[in-house]
Write a protein that binds this ligand. Structure first.
Ligand SMILES: Cc1cc2nc3c(=O)[nH]c(=O)nc-3n(C[C@H](O)[C@H](O)[C@H](O)COP(=O)(O)OP(=O)(O)OC[C@H]3O[C@@H](n4cnc5c(N)ncnc54)[C@H](O)[C@@H]3O)c2cc1C
Length: 556
């Protein structure tokens, strides 16, 4: 009793009250800051809101979408909730056929290069060279599909019967029944699926065949594009007025090209377009699943990369994948199933000739010191179907980023650009489709806050998109600079980004031993958390330990 009284005498009750308030206040501040970072660096909060009816009803106007690929289809679905009328303009005639909304069933054709002859898939999507290349999609793509196309899982599974399936994505994937699912399937099936769903579930979306070749800005329209000019298949021209104009025309960078004619001041915007050449090439090889192939692969007992048992040969997509740090190794190799009846190999890297046959793939793997024995055994299993191999080799041309956010004071207020129309990155991380989704979902958030006549619409969109996609650009570019054959962007050298490369090299060993780091990196690679989540105290502690006492390099 005496002790308690002494304590009361010495401890100021205001201090006790202050301390009692401190903890909840700190928790509140932490939560608020995290919410801000999540909104600034990811589309997650906007993704939660997509599909909700627009407050006050749809805008009595038209959204014109230039381009009907992933970016255009995602944007059309978003705009269908905001505008009474949505028009998608796409030049490729084939995309208007039933076949472009169906499971792919292309034949093959022979390709003769200087000294090689190989078979490739004879697809009809002439404007998208990577149409038959293997694609991966990040978790937000599946979340979007499930929210925007009710019953998506059933439709996807039924429509393709066995082609598209969902599975946990590896490296280092969460494990078990609660592991997040990822959409998996070849692009030549997934793009038609989204095209079919957009056409069938959005009655207010029209598809027009034509090539957008001009924007009109009429006087008095408050610096807005009033209409786009479309060259129709018969050679005639048509003007289509719109309240929102979305450039989803991919690598043609249509928007910048057409706007530069109208706004000469764009030429003076500092660093408006940055580009570099990654000097990479990748080849997607495909084989039919040979008889007993899966039984034989299962019998190999391939270990999971986290050491927790064996890979799920039936449900998973990847058997094994090695994504290199180009400072150390320039070859990327992956092997798995791209759909239940097709085995896919991806091989490529920096300053290489991509293989186009099983024999060349084997030679490529033999030159790489890190390839485990079971990969060669899988290649052996493919020998009986070696003559059925198809290859899609693609050399990565220039990567670029258009900083529309720097030109907000010049751009028309109703212009947005989505997908490769704003940024094209090295395909090594397969981020392009998710990046297109990030644009469409960011637009949804902006359209819910700004009227379509607002002078801040375009500006807000590009500023938001820039912070959400900055890491995609910086991380891939600076990783690429690790290889001496890369041509850096103007004003940079291959030294640029050295800290980012050094940090990544220290982080990777941490990820294999620290579960928080592994999960945070996984979520971050899937664009679900802000990059600042990697500043978690246990991750930082492991990083410091790694700097002071480096782990041995992984055995080849
Ligand atoms: C080898 C390779 C592998 C890849 N792997 C992956 C991967 O695994 N995962 C991933 O997410 N991404 C991957 N990508 C990137 C991905 O393919 C692209 O980022 C994606 O296609 C971009 O979609 P988009 O709609 O912006 O552009 P695109 O798909 O290029 O479509 C542009 C559309 O605009 C149309 N168009 C062109 N000009 C006009 C015009 N004047 N008027 C109207 N329409 C026009 C075109 O016909 C086309 O339909 C890969 C890329 C390559 C090269």
């Amino acid at each position: 009793m005496l002790e308690l009284q002494t304590l009361r005498t010495f401890v100021d009750p205001r201090l006790v009250a202050g301390l009692a308030l401190l903890l909840p206040s700190l928790l509140f501040i932490r939560k608020t800051v995290r919410r801000h970072l999540l909104r600034k660096f990811t589309i997650v909060p906007d993704l939660d809101g997509v599909g909700a009816p627009r407050a006050g009803g749809k805008i009595a106007g038209t959204a014109v979408i230039c381009g009907g690929s992933f970016g255009g289809l995602f944007t059309a679905r978003i705009c269908a909730d905001h505008f009474k009328r949505v028009v998608v303009i796409e030049p490729e005639a084939w995309t208007f056929t039933e076949e472009a909304r169906s499971v792919s069933n292309f034949g093959t054709r022979e390709v003769q290069n200087d000294n090689t002859v190989y078979n490739t898939i004879a697809h009809k999507r002439t404007r998208v060279s990577q149409y038959t290349g293997n694609h991966i999609y990040h978790i937000p793509v599946l979340r979007f599909a499930r929210k925007m196309f009710p019953g998506f899982d059933a439709i996807a599974r039924r429509w393709v019967s066995t082609n598209i399936y969902l599975s946990g994505y590896p490296v280092p994937a969460p494990f078990g029944p609660d592991a997040p699912e990822v959409l998996a399937g070849p692009r030549r099936d997934v793009e038609p699926l989204f095209r079919k769903l957009a056409r069938e579930t959005c009655p207010n979306v029209e598809f027009v065949q034509g090539l957008v070749d001009g924007f009109d800005v009429t006087e008095g329209s408050g610096n807005a594009i009033s209409s786009v000019s479309v060259r129709l298949p018969d050679g005639s021209s048509k003007s289509l007025s719109g309240d929102l104009i979305a450039d989803c025309a991919g690598p043609s960078a249509l928007g910048l090209k057409l706007l530069s004619r109208l706004y000469p001041a764009l030429a003076n915007v500092p660093a408006l377009r940055e580009e570099y050449n990654p000097n990479t090439a990748f080849s997607s090889l495909e084989f039919p699943v040979a008889p007993n192939f899966l039984d034989n692969v299962r019998a190999m007992k391939i270990p999971r990369n986290d050491g927790r048992g064996l890979i799920d040969v039936d449900r998973g997509t990847d058997f094994w994948m090695y994504v290199p740090d180009p400072t150390i190794e320039h070859r990327l190799i992956g092997i798995g199933r791209i759909k239940p009846d097709r085995v896919g190999i991806i091989m490529g890297g920096w300053n290489i000739e991509p293989p186009v046959s099983l024999a060349e793939a084997r030679r490529f793997a033999e030159q790489a010191p890190f390839v485990p024995d079971f990969v060669f055994k899988i290649l052996d299993l493919l020998e009986p179907v070696a003559d059925k191999c198809t290859a899609t080799p693609i050399r990565s041309s220039t990567c670029w980023k258009i900083r529309f956010e720097n030109a907000g004071h010049i751009l028309p207020r109703n212009f947005v650009a989505i997908g490769d129309a704003t940024m094209r990155v090295n395909s090594r991380f397969g981020q392009g489709v998710t990046k297109a989704l990030m644009g469409a979902v960011t637009l949804d958030g902006v359209l819910r806050e700004h009227s379509v006549g607002s002078k801040n619409l375009s500006r807000t969109y590009f500023v938001r998109l820039a912070s959400r996609t900055a890491n995609i650009w910086n991380n891939t570019k600076y990783a690429d600079y690790g290889h001496p054959s890369v041509t850096p962007a103007a004003g940079e050298t291959l030294q640029s980004g050295w800290f980012s490369r050094a940090l990544t090299r220290k982080l990777l060993p941490v990820v294999s031993t620290n579960e928080t780091a592994a999960r945070t990196l996984f979520d971050s690679l899937h664009f679900l958390v802000p990059p600042t989540d990697m500043l978690h105290v246990t991750i930082l502690a492991s990083l410091v330990r790694e700097v002071l006492w480096p782990s041995p390099s992984p055995s080849p």
